[in-house]
Design a protein around this ligand. Structure first.
Ligand code: GRF
Length: 233
């Protein structure tokens, strides 16, 4: 069976100001609220990047609608039609590499990437994870944080390596857990933090301030022995 694909849903243009800016692809699987936070800040000219394309592995991802509404090129290739991880990962890479991206932002992209894909874009992939890594990698972080009675929670932007949620950390947003709040309430507060920190870290990369060198994240040529931490209320 041919892979289900809905390429080129929108070709109305990119959120683009100049060819020399950081060419960015955003990969999503769902709602795309983090995508929206980047789109909004590019539109208001706060970020030194252009969003060249938004890619989804899920045809019903609302983020595709957000991107199309913003006039951004979108591409969807569903993973379910591919035999294995490697053969699926080749499909978005083929699409993206028509105009190779300088930066890939994983924004709720619910796929584990194959080592081949990570190597192909080495040093160019950032992810945002809803926890203060290295604590709470994986799924269902908000409930796990509540169940453990943690005082602090938040979100982490990190470079992507072969280790799931384990690449060098760049920026964290931290908040105090409110006694008695639900996982849904906590998730909403963490997402508000994410919408601040992900555009910020993406902009560091776009400005050439943030790099991955020899397996280490560097900001303004200083090794980030630990991530930059911002406290939120
Ligand atoms: C975010 O919480 C992010 O940390 C995680 O997936 C979620 C995506 O949310 N990786 P959205 O699709 O950006 O609203």
């Amino acid at each position: 069976m041919a892979p289900r694909s809905s390429r080129d849903r929108s070709r109305r243009g990119t959120v683009s100001l100049s060819d020399s800016r950081c060419r960015t692809a955003i990969l999503i699987s769902g709602s795309g609220s983090n995508l929206q936070s980047v789109v909004d800040r590019v539109a208001s000219r706060e970020l030194a990047l252009d969003i060249a394309t938004v890619f989804s592995n899920c045809a019903d991802a609302y983020g595709l609608t957000r991107a199309a509404d913003a006039g951004i090129h979108t591409c969807c290739i569903e993973h379910s039609a591919y035999a294995d991880r490697e053969s699926f990962d080749q499909a978005p890479a083929d699409e993206l590499d028509q105009h190779p991206p300088d930066l890939l932002l994983l924004a709720g992209f619910m796929r584990i990437l194959s080592p081949w894909f990570v190597d192909h874009y080495a040093g160019r992939i950032l992810n945002i994870h809803p926890a203060l890594l290295p604590a709470y990698p994986g799924l269902n972080t908000h409930q796990r944080v509540l169940d453990a009675g943690e005082k602090w929670h938040g979100s982490t932007v990190h470079f992507v390596t072969d280790e799931l949620d384990g690449g060098p950390r760049v920026l964290q947003g931290r908040l105090a857990v409110d006694p008695g709040e639900s996982a849904e309430q906590l998730a909403r507060r963490v997402q508000a933090v994410e919408h601040q920190i992900y555009p910020e870290a993406a902009n560091w990369f776009a400005e050439g301030r943030l790099k991955l060198r020899d397996g280490t994240a560097r900001l303004d040529d200083e090794i980030l022995a630990k991530p930059v931490m911002i406290d939120f209320k």
